[in-house]
Design a protein around this ligand. Structure first.
Ligand code: DC
Length: 217
């Protein structure tokens, strides 16, 4: 059988990664967090003192970076960086990296390579529209900015960060703006994606909706 590819797109905090991870387990396929790849390049730039505004320098970093996923860990040049890419600093800068066309080309190539080798559920912004327009299943998850902010707020609190809810909501709205209005591969719902509004829904409810759609119930 051919590889089955499932695209999960939508704005930050809509529940994509939580849902995609569980669905991957249920279907026994790989989960690929494509946002983590853009975060990894951003993190590497910050670590090496590369100016995020200097697009040429950021592209050089992306070209000379090895990103891999194994057992739900993300590897940057051989080192696991699951936690390092989730800081507020990386979150606030990653949109500047992900809007660079050449960086996108490099990372989309990696994503397509992975998708050609294995069945997978991928979450991101452009999976159903650009990376895998022929994916078997496409979902577009949304939720109100307030609820998305609250989810991020709780996540950060649990990790011990001192955070301010209204600032998080503002950051999320700002990131939406950038992701939706950038020149290359802006965040958009693919015309054939199933839209699910996760506002007020439990994780279980959304997982059920996604799985029953895939299984044709
Ligand atoms: O899902 P996330 O918050 O980890 O994504 C981080 C950033 O990367 C976000 O600003 C959008 C961008 N991104 C993208 O442009 N394309 C993807 N396929 C995934 C993420």
């Amino acid at each position: 059988m051919d590889n089955v590819l499932i695209a999960v797109d939508g704005p930050a905090g809509a529940g994509k990664s939580t849902i995609a991870k569980i669905v991957a387990q249920k279907l026994n396929i790989n989960y690929i967090d494509t946002g983590a790849m853009y975060r990894a390049v951003t993190y590497k730039c910050l670590q090496n003192g590369v100016d995020i505004e200097d697009e040429g320098a950021v592209v050089q970093v992306a070209k000379n970076t090895d990103i891999d996923f194994k057992d739900n860990n993300i590897y940057l040049d051989g080192n696991i960086i699951n936690e390092e890419i989730r800081t507020v600093d990386v979150s606030n800068k990653v949109s500047k990296v992900s809007k660079i066309g050449e960086v996108r080309e490099i990372l989309v190539d990696v994503q397509r390579k992975i998708g050609s080798m294995t069945s997978a559920i991928l979450d991101g912004r452009d999976i159903g529209s650009i990376v895998f327009p022929n994916a078997e299943f496409k979902f577009y998850l949304i939720a109100s900015p307030e609820e998305r902010g609250l989810r991020r707020f709780k996540e950060m609190k649990e990790k011990g960060y001192e955070v301010d809810l209204s600032k998080i909501v503002d950051d999320i709205v700002a990131r939406d703006e950038m992701d939706m209005n950038r020149e290359h591969a802006p965040l958009v719902r693919a015309h054939d994606a199933v839209e699910i509004d996760t506002t007020g829904k439990s994780i279980d409810e959304v997982v059920c909706e996604v799985v029953s759609h895939i299984q044709g119930n």
